[in-house]
Design a protein. Sequence first.
Length: 170
Amino acid sequence: MAFTSPLTESEPPLIAPEHAALAGWLDFFRAELLRKLDGMTDDQAAQRVLPSLTTLQGLVRHLTKVEHVWFVQVLAERDEPAPFGFPQVRDGDFRLADSNGLDADVTDYLAACQRSREIFAAVSPDDIRHHHRFGQIDVRWVMLHMIREYAQHNGHADIIRECIDGTTQS
């Protein structure tokens, strides 16, 4: 059965207050990630075309982990373990042996995104948090980092998808 993204991609706002603009751009890239899986089977989404463990399904799992780390652990300052054994398990998000399939991973991803939206709605871009590696950072930095993270991985997804079935998206 072919995957269909449950998200509707909408353009980010052209003019908006900072909070809404940051949220709009991040939601745009979240929807774009899932759009890159449209029409794929579970086997295709799990297919490796690179020497690394990177797959389209692995990118969904990776970004589920990234959402948790930056929003739950850093912004909400909650001491909840990250998915896939991070940081103890190297590349646990890209190891699909424990997956219940693409649909289950997408469901987990969507839940992580919704939780991140709720956390972001309760903070200001000017709020300061502590990160173990970077020290003091503001919420704005986290949001810009997340937008960059998605843009980077969506580019990876484009290449992987083209290698699997020749599909290219603009």
